[in-house]
Design a protein around this ligand. Structure first.
Ligand SMILES: [Zn+2]
Length: 410
């Protein structure tokens, strides 16, 4: 932190911004407690208990709030206007604290150039992607792997090689709908692609066929199993209430268990069984998209609040939405306020009250705390709150999730 120390002979260092008086929660850097954060030229230059306010052009008062690294959401869909699922990142970033968005599989080879140009290059939020094995990506709701002609490993390899600055891994959704009778072949091809480009593979599970046995056999340490707490027939908890031995072994070797809450993929029953066995998810992500943003997922802070109320500590929850997803993306420079890092920050109030949270099956749990984002900074600048576009005409929640008469927290 040498840069943050006042220069000798009385000349004090100047900053653009100081975020003052907040409780810093940065588990990745091991920083906690009341600290000021000094920012210059879009980077964090000091995190110290007391930095004189007079040294900054602007002071953001954060007393009574927690200050975290900007959240890193490992499972999002932000290809608005070109896919069934995509929402726009920036308006949601400004009200949730999510500063790094990993879009997982919205683009395959054919619609990748548009993602790069119209989403990644125009968003103020930091955007990265996992490339879909299927060349058509997620233009339609499902079926993308059912035509093996669209699973072109050579073409996808070329796209990755030309875009390694943004493409951090490979995505394949493996369930009955996406594969439609072609079996496990698409996952074998995704495995081949990920090995060839030496990047992590994120596999989505839900309801087979293919079976979870077939899926797990093709996973490797460093890969990401998303929707890991699904209540579908790919559930990783056996009938005896214990996690499957193969998943447990692979997890111990480095498989990353990622929540990816979404519309259909988070079950309190599975989450409680796993936590009871001492197996917390490695990453808590939203799977935010046209449907899930309407509830009961809503957004990443709401998803994090569910885990707070399941008994996880605040630092454990924040770590799973900052340092850990950054590491899963092989970008350990993100998700931290360590001096020298990009100045992506989120401010939250921890509100106390009586709240009801629901999983994908609408099972309810009650909680006494929730995280509410109050401000989000990217590259040291506050993101403006922006109106959000209306949902697409097809974006209707499944019948059982429509909120009529449900006592939602907002
Ligand atoms: Zn998803």
């Amino acid at each position: 932190m040498g840069e943050g120390v006042p220069a000798g002979d009385g000349r004090a260092e100047r900053y653009d911004t100081i975020v003052a008086g907040g409780e810093v929660v940065d588990p990745g850097a091991g920083i906690s407690g009341r600290h000021d954060v000094a920012i210059r030229d879009g980077r964090v230059v000091a995190v110290e208990p007391e930095i004189p306010a007079g040294r900054a052009a602007r002071v953001i008062h954060a007393a009574g709030q927690i200050v975290t690294p900007g959240l890193v959401d490992l499972h999002t869909h932000i290809y608005w206007g070109a896919t069934y699922w995509g929402i726009e990142a920036d308006p949601v970033a400004a009200r949730t604290g999510v500063t790094t968005w990993l879009d997982v599989g919205s683009s395959g080879a054919y619609n990748w150039p548009g993602f790069r140009r119209y989403v990644a290059e125009t968003s103020r939020a930091r955007v990265f992607a996992l490339l879909n094995l299927s060349s058509i990506g997620l233009v339609a709701p499902t079926f993308e792997l059912s035509n093996l002609d669209y699973c072109d490993v050579d073409l996808a390899t070329q796209i990755v090689e030309l875009n390694r600055d943004l493409i951090l891994g490979i995505k394949a959704r493996i369930d009955a709908g996406t594969t439609r009778g072609v079996g496990i072949r698409p996952l074998e091809m995704a495995r081949q692609l990920a090995d060839r480009v030496d990047l992590p593979l994120m596999v989505h599970i839900g309801n087979g066929p293919p079976s979870l046995d077939e899926v797990v056999a093709l996973l490797r340490p460093g890969d990401i199993l998303t929707h890991c707490f699904t209540g579908g027939n790919h559930r990783i908890v056996g009938d005896d209430g214990r996690p499957r031995a193969d998943v447990r072994r692979l997890h111990a070797a480095g498989l990353i268990l990622d929540i990816g809450h979404g519309t259909g993929s988070f079950s309190y029953e599975v989450a409680e069984a796993m936590l009871e066995q001492g197996l917390a998810p490695d990453v808590i992500s939203s799977d935010i998209h046209q449907l899930s943003v309407q509830g009961p997922m809503y957004d990443l802070p709401t998803t994090l609040s569910k885990f707070l109320n399941l008994g996880m500590s605040l630092p454990d929850v924040i770590e799973r939405a900052t340092a850990r997803p950054a590491r899963a993306m092989r970008r350990p420079d993100l998700g931290t306020l360590r001096p020298g890092s990009v100045a992506d920050l989120a401010l939250f109030r921890v509100e106390e009250g009586e709240y009801t949270f629901r999983d994908a099956q609408m099972a309810a749990r009650h909680g006494a705390r929730r995280l509410v984002n109050t401000m989000t900074l990217v590259d040291g600048e506050v993101l403006p709150r922006l109106p959000e576009r209306p949902r697409h005409v097809w974006a209707l929640l499944p019948e059982h999730q429509r909120p009529a008469g449900v006592d939602e927290p907002r």
